[in-house]
Design a protein around this ligand. Structure first.
Ligand code: CU
Length: 278
């Protein structure tokens, strides 16, 4: 019955008939998208579209048999799921945390979509006993928007009162490397940064051609980095303006990168970059 009340369902027989005709809730199967990982589960998304370009997205995941729903997830970075939603031109980025119904294993999230665009939705979870899994789905307009082959972005981006800088935005491909991340406020190392979801910062990379996904966590310079792909940081994560991140071996290509961090008062800021690996 999911979360709908019985009364609402009975009152909505006509609407169900319409929904059935539109068949908008048919589940689509996600494409495995974690760079360097391997698919161990089946991930499905269904979407219903309402007024105001609002889509209600439901995600269910299953064991490899495709029929046994996964009901138990490990909490990673304070949440059961991280849903990353990126517009097809990579101009918008959202990181949200759907609600979870443990009885059915269904994650539910409302998203407002620009009807002229397609969106890539990444479901980043850690099913208990399985490890991190990331699946990609497409929502919205069915046409493909070709991406201009623009070069890497500037190494500095202003976001709110902060300026976020990377050591470089052109990286050697196919090798792991450390990349310094610096956050300034009024020209000085920002004194008021706060942790966000249990980390100094979160960095999501998406290959603009293959749409492969990587999610790493910058740490304060001079503190030990966590293992690649491990989201468990313990309770000791600290925020600060001088960070470094361990970048995994990126195949040759262009990558969008969004760095999220907490500012004064816990406000969340997102700094977008474009990287070239070659
Ligand atoms: Cu993160």
């Amino acid at each position: 019955m999911e979360r709908n009340s019985r009364a609402r369902l009975i009152g909505a027989v006509a609407a169900i008939a319409i929904a059935g005709a539109v068949a908008s809730a048919r589940a689509s199967e996600g494409t495995f998208a974690l760079l360097g990982g391997a698919p161990k589960i089946v991930s499905q998304l269904s979407a219903t579209y309402g007024a105001g370009h609002v889509a209600t997205v439901r995600i269910r995941q299953f064991l490899g048999d495709g029929t046994t729903p996964i009901l138990k997830y490990d909490i990673e970075m304070e949440k059961l799921i991280h849903l990353i939603v990126v517009r097809d031109d990579f101009a918008t980025f959202a990181h949200v945390h759907p609600s979870f119904d443990p009885a059915t294993g269904t994650f539910t999230q409302s998203l407002t979509l620009d009807p002229k665009h397609r969106y890539y939705v990444y479901a980043d979870t850690t099913p208990h006993g399985i490890g991190q899994q990331v699946f990609r789905f497409a929502l919205g307009a069915p046409f493909f928007v070709s991406h201009s082959s623009s070069g890497p972005s500037s190494t500095s981006v202003a976001v709110g009162p902060y300026t976020v800088s990377l050591a470089r935005t052109t990286l050697p491909a196919d090798r792991t490397q450390s990349l310094n991340v610096t956050v300034l406020k009024r020209g000085r190392p920002a004194p008021d940064l706060t942790t966000y979801l249990g980390a100094a910062a979160h960095a999501v990379f998406i290959n603009t051609l293959t749409l492969e996904y990587v999610h790493v966590h910058p740490t304060l310079r001079g503190t030990p980095a966590t293992a690649m792909g491990a989201m468990n940081m313990g309770a000791t994560a600290q925020a600060g303006p001088l960070m470094t991140m361990e970048v995994p071996a990126l195949p040759d290509g262009m990558y969008k990168l969004w760095i999220q961090f907490g500012g004064a008062g816990g406000a969340v800021y997102t700094a977008p970059f474009t990287l070239r690996a070659r």
